[in-house]
Design a protein around this ligand. Structure first.
Ligand code: XUL
Ligand code: CO
Length: 450
């Protein structure tokens, strides 16, 4: 159904009432096109309300700003809110109303934004900041009225021409300073809006060719920049988490925040591992040659798990297609690791996802988010059964049981030298008995819940 061009809330999308949990018999039909089959905000799952476990967020940029362009063609969406008057500030203000109307209809508790998605860039930094403050006031009012909260804010340090050679890693310190000034404002706005996290994605923090790049210098510049962000966070009393979002490439050929392991090494090298965590995006994990669940498990193991950007790639395309998730088994494996780690604290599930450019109806935004939320909810319910059942945990525990022995504990406590271990093997003679890893059994076990 085409959305009306009227500016009053409730006119942009077909539904007028928030989507409801309809139960397992629900399917989207022309009679009832919108609803939740699995997402039941108040249902308790693994000790918390589903809404509090999943902490869904809608992103501003793909949802309200992206016009449907690709490298070969321009705008396809022709959004009514882009057509409503040419003034970018007026449009920005209107998008606040439309955004919050969408959040109300979806019944999502959070949203996320970049500085430059919510307010247009001005001719000077001062003008950009003034724009951002004006929209920020409107956002604050809407947050207050609706109860929808900010999961995270961030600064766009990659679109403007000035950042083509990087922001913090730019060869020009003037650009480093500009990026710092932009982050200062975005972090302060995030704080003022009671955001739960602040994200740094280093889209241009990398290089195209080593022939013109001093890698070590750039690495250290980035470390300095992150220290400045952390210092400012403490100076203003922001209690949320600072998160880095790893991605191996695109837009630059090689990015310094390649994956969780390289971000952790970077944080350690700069003494920041207690200050900064990670925001893991599904397809960024795949582009780095990992699985999503690997990145989550590693972040949990290293104590840096923060939040999730839940958007997939395409198996046949090797780039960042930012699609809404639709693969249940993949979601189950991801939520299994999230819940094994104890679930979210300040983080949540942000849909950094965009429609396909032929999905031109504003209602497609509702369909896409609702389907993705339902899929995550369903995966979470499956994970609850896997965890409650305990079969998987028992298997893993049994697999490592040898390390609870006296010898096992002594090795880990540093009480055995190589010579001790050699003597131990000599003493015991025989060959240790290998046991089956039972991978197929475990895969079948997981599938039996799905
Ligand atoms: C880019 C990406 C960004 C970050 C925020 O691939 O994921 O949208 O999430 O800057
Ligand atoms: Co992202």
């Amino acid at each position: 159904m085409a959305a009306s061009r009227s500016s009053s809330a409730g006119q942009w999308f077909s539904p007028t009432d928030p989507l409801k949990y309809e139960g397992p018999k629900y399917t989207p039909t022309s009679r009832k096109p919108f609803g939740y089959r699995w997402y039941d905000a108040n249902r308790k799952v693994l000790g918390r309300r589903m809404e509090d476990q999943l902490r869904f967020a809608v992103c501003w940029w793909h949802t309200l700003v992206w016009p449907g362009s690709d490298p070969f063609g321009g705008e396809t969406f022709l959004r009514p809110w882009h057509a409503a008057g040419g003034d970018p500030m007026q449009q920005a203000m209107q998008k606040v109303d439309i955004g919050f109307e969408l959040f109300r209809l979806l019944d999502v508790p959070y949203f996320t934004f970049h500085d430059r998605d919510v307010a247009p860039e001005g001719a000077t930094l001062r003008e950009s900041n003034a724009n951002l403050h004006r929209v920020g006031e409107r956002l604050a009012q809407k947050i207050e009225e609706s109860g929808v909260q900010l999961l995270w804010g961030t600064a766009n340090l990659f679109s403007n021409r000035r950042y083509m050679a990087g922001a913090a890693t730019n060869p020009d310190p003037e650009i480093f300073a500009y990026a710092a000034a932009q982050v200062k404002t975005a972090l302060e706005l995030t704080h003022a809006l009671h955001g739960q996290n602040y994200v740094l994605w280093g889209g241009r923090e990398g290089y195209e060719t080593l022939l013109n790049t001093d890698l070590k210098r750039e690495w250290d510049q980035l470390g300095r920049f992150l220290h400045l962000v952390v210092e400012h966070k403490h100076a203003i009393g922001f209690k949320g988490a600072i998160l880095i979002e790893p991605k191996p490439c695109e837009p630059t050929k090689h990015q310094y925040d390649h994956d969780v392991a390289s971000v952790f090494a970077f944080l350690k090298a700069h003494g920041l591992e207690r200050e900064i965590k990670v925001n893991i995006e599904q397809n960024h994990a795949i582009l780095a040659g990992h699985s999503f669940e690997h990145e989550i498990a590693l972040a949990n193991a290293l104590g840096v798990f923060g939040s999730i950007d839940m958007n997939r790639g395409d198996d046949q395309l090797g780039w960042d297609t930012d699609q809404f998730p639709n693969n249940l088994p993949q979601m189950v494996l991801a939520f299994l690791e999230i819940m094994r780690g104890g679930g979210f604290t300040t983080g949540g599930v942000n849909f950094d996802a965009k429609l396909r450019r032929q999905s031109i109806d504003p209602d497609d935004l509702i369909t896409a988010h609702a389907g993705a939320m339902d899929l995550c909810a369903r995966a979470l319910l499956i994970v609850e059964r896997i965890i409650d059942d305990g079969a998987l945990a028992d298997h893993v525990e049994a697999r490592y049981a040898g390390w609870d022995s006296r010898d096992g504990k002594a090795i880990l406590k540093g009480k055995r030298s190589l010579a001790d271990l050699a003597a131990q093997v000599d003493r015991k003679h025989g060959e240790p008995q290998p046991v089956s890893g039972r991978q197929e059994y475990l895969e079948n076990l997981i599938n039996s819940y799905i």
